[in-house]
Ligand binder design. Structure first.
Ligand code: NAD
Length: 290
């Protein structure tokens, strides 16, 4: 899609077909790995009794099983100390049978993901949580990007959205989404602006965007006044609704007919994120056989 071709119709930039395609390729690679001497294995470390986290971890385990990746959920309980979590991550990092390690948030007490994830060896850091991975990404070196940020870039590529020389605006600067997404757009030669909670006149910035990525976690943050005609909008936000559903950060009704393309929530970034976590795991497993 070219940005100039927008004629007041908004394409639905779905992630479901892309995710299915990624999972199919992961299955093929996973099936080849035993002949190369290993079986792909992902470990998901959990230290919370948060129900939505449990749901997300179950969906990762189910997707892993569907592609032939063994997924071990290591539940340390909501009262696990930072030392206990760090120790487990160290043990998994040294275990040659484990190829991918994810530390699930939220974490107990004041423990921070960035701090604890330094115990995940970068080779197995399939969700790009170790600050070394973000540093390498920023330096243009090979590294696993956080799966959600990678999903943003993958979706843009899949839907043939041009990035080179385009103005991209990312709203949100977390280490798991906004910041690495900005780095990935920069790698693809976009001119990138990052907005955050202290940005003054958000709409003045977002209206400059030819590609707008929104990763905040606020329902309705982005409305018609934030979007230029013909812009492509990637909505990373996932906000639970009262009826058990999910909505994004973008007011989809308001920007439909204005944007050239918009990712749906659910069915946009989410499924691609899980598929990429699995792709990173088989990539890591494959490298371990070299
Ligand atoms: P976060 O809370 O860590 O970061 C939110 C960011 O938004 C911060 O950088 C903050 O400065 C910025 N922000 C807050 N209020 C703002 C405002 N009014 N204007 C501009 N910026 C503002 O959140 P996160 O972990 O980065 O997640 C962001 C959203 O993405 C959440 O809804 C989360 O659920 C969702 N998410 C989705 C996936 C997926 O797979 N689809 C994965 C991870 C996160």
């Amino acid at each position: 899609m070219t940005l100039a071709s927008a004629e007041r119709t908004t394409a639905v930039l779905s992630g479901t077909a892309l995710a299915k395609d990624i999972r199919a390729r992961v299955s093929t690679t996973a099936a080849e790995l035993p002949a190369a001497g290993t079986e792909p294995r992902l470990a998901v470390v959990v230290a919370t009794d948060d129900e939505s986290t449990a749901w997300y971890v179950r969906s990762i385990a189910k997707a892993a099983a569907g592609t032939g990746i063994r997924c071990d959920v290591v539940d340390l309980g909501a009262s696990a100390t930072p030392e206990r979590i760090r120790g487990e991550l160290g043990t998994l990092s040294e275990d040659p049978a484990v190829h991918g390690i994810v530390l699930q948030t939220p974490l107990p007490g004041a423990a921070s993901l960035e701090d604890l994830a330094t115990a995940i060896t970068p080779e197995k850091d399939v969700d790009g949580a170790n600050p070394v991975s973000l540093g390498r990404l920023s330096a243009g070196l090979p590294a696993f990007a956080p799966a959600t940020a990678a999903a943003v870039a993958e979706l843009l590529e899949h839907h043939e959205i041009l990035l080179s020389g385009r103005r991209a605006v990312v709203v949100g600067r977390s280490n798991v989404v906004g910041r690495p997404a900005a780095q990935l757009l920069l790698r693809r030669d976009a001119t990138v602006t990052v907005c955050h909670r202290y940005t003054r006149d958000l709409a003045a910035h977002t209206r400059q965007a030819e590609v707008l990525v929104v990763a905040v976690g606020k329902v309705g943050l982005i409305g018609a006044e934030h979007v230029s005609p013909g812009a492509v909008v990637i909505d990373v936000g996932t906000n639970p609704t009262e009826d058990g559903g999910l909505v994004g950060d973008v007011d989809a009704d308001a920007v439909t007919g204005l944007a050239a393309g918009l990712t749906p929530v659910p069915g946009g970034v989410g499924p691609v994120t899980t598929a990429l976590l699995l792709r990173h795991t088989v990539e890591s497993a494959w490298r371990s056989t070299a």
